[in-house]
Design a protein around this ligand. Structure first.
Ligand SMILES: [Zn+2]
Ligand SMILES: [Zn+2]
Length: 365
């Protein structure tokens, strides 16, 4: 099958033929309908994160189940699924206590080693082992994933667009509803209005936030933020974002979401908080990045800094619910898709994201 391989930063991303083997026990084969291109894919391409290479890129996707491995009873051939980049093992302490986004098996085996649960890969090229990326590797015609990583959703939902639910929507909306549990009437600031940030904004609207301040440096993204529920907008290319938030809301905000994940934006999120406020880190920085804050202020102001991994979701419950909210008109997905490209144009799609000109590109095999 065709797939997009990353080897190292010296070589371009390669669109090539690879071999995919049959699903083993507890796994399924999924034919990809669409794969979204996310900032995490850029981190990999830039060499900013450690990953087992070579790998097939992509961690956001949707498709149709085409083959079941032994023992799989939760899915049937023909099911429409959204892929989850945390395929919960269901057996570790965190999975058993309902914190599936913190699955230990995923954090210690699947993600760092680029393999499936049994420690091996189903992908190869001319005898060379190719790694899975986050248990997904959706920049391909087909994937083999653990059954828990293919979440069945209603089949009347448009299969390509709902790929976004698997990362951007789950991460952004989940950070608001699950990680931070924003209360109705709250004040919220969101730094970064890209694919994840706009989902934080629509999550805050769903949660009943009273004021939602959108912050970005690109006017067209700020424009879009109003459609998603932002009540106030700050163009941080011309003003200091922290000062501007305090002009809108002199007491600071209850929740500040960093949807970018740079040292500057994380520090700004903390500085925007009012008494009792919480800064939520949703966007991910390169490995080793550091940010600073004043502990005295944090303690005296009774503030919190929260990390949000995958929106703290429980994939089997939250992914179908997010698709339902989209079908009910409570969540917007279509304006997030800035273009559709064939899989062979993955490199161009990554470039679009790099320059900031794309929200989400869908790669269609
Ligand atoms: Zn992502
Ligand atoms: Zn687990």
């Amino acid at each position: 099958m065709k797939a997009v391989i990353f080897r190292n930063t010296d070589e371009p991303v390669e669109f090539t033929d690879i071999e995919i083997s049959a699903p083993k026990r507890g796994e399924v084969r999924v034919k990809i309908a669409a794969a979204g291109v996310c900032h995490s894919d850029l981190h990999i391409r830039r060499g900013e994160w450690d990953a087992a290479v070579p790998l097939v890129m992509g961690h956001e996707g949707s498709g149709v189940v085409v083959e079941l491995g032994e023992g799989v009873t939760s899915l049937s051939v023909g099911d429409h699924v959204v892929l989850s980049w945390v395929p919960p093992c269901g057996e570790c302490r965190n999975c058993r206590s309902g914190h599936e986004a913190r699955c230990r098996t995923v954090a210690t085996i699947v993600a760092p080693r680029g393999v499936l649960f049994d420690g091996t890969s189903r992908l190869s090229k001319d005898g060379e082992e190719i790694h899975h990326y986050l248990g997904v590797s959706s920049f391909a015609e087909e994937v083999i994933v653990p059954a828990s990583g293919a979440v069945k959703v209603r089949d009347d939902a448009p299969l390509d667009v709902i790929a976004l639910v698997g990362c951007a929507v789950a991460t952004g909306v989940g950070a608001v509803l699950n990680t931070a549990a924003v209360e109705p009437g709250s004040t919220v600031a969101v730094i970064g209005c890209g694919g994840v940030g706009l989902n934080v904004i629509q999550g805050a609207k769903l949660a009943g936030a009273l004021r939602i301040v959108a912050i970005d440096i690109r006017p067209e993204k700020l424009e879009l933020s109003a459609q998603f529920g932002a009540t106030d907008r700050i163009d941080a290319s011309s003003v200091d974002a922290v000062d501007a938030v305090h002009e809108f809301l002199p007491d600071g905000v209850d929740y500040a979401f960093d949807a970018i994940g740079r040292t500057l934006t994380t520090e700004q999120a903390i500085q925007m908080l009012g008494l009792g406020g919480a800064a939520v880190i949703v966007g991910l920085p390169p490995t080793g990045a550091r940010a600073s804050f004043e502990p005295l202020t944090l303690a005296e102001s009774d503030q919190r800094i929260l990390g949000s991994n995958y929106g703290s979701i429980r994939p089997a419950i939250d992914i179908p619910a997010l698709v339902d909210r989209y079908m009910d008109g409570q969540l917007k997905l279509d304006p997030l898709v800035s273009s559709r490209r064939p899989l062979s144009e993955a490199l161009a799609a990554l470039d679009d994201l790099e320059t900031g000109s794309a929200l989400r590109t869908l790669l269609i095999p």
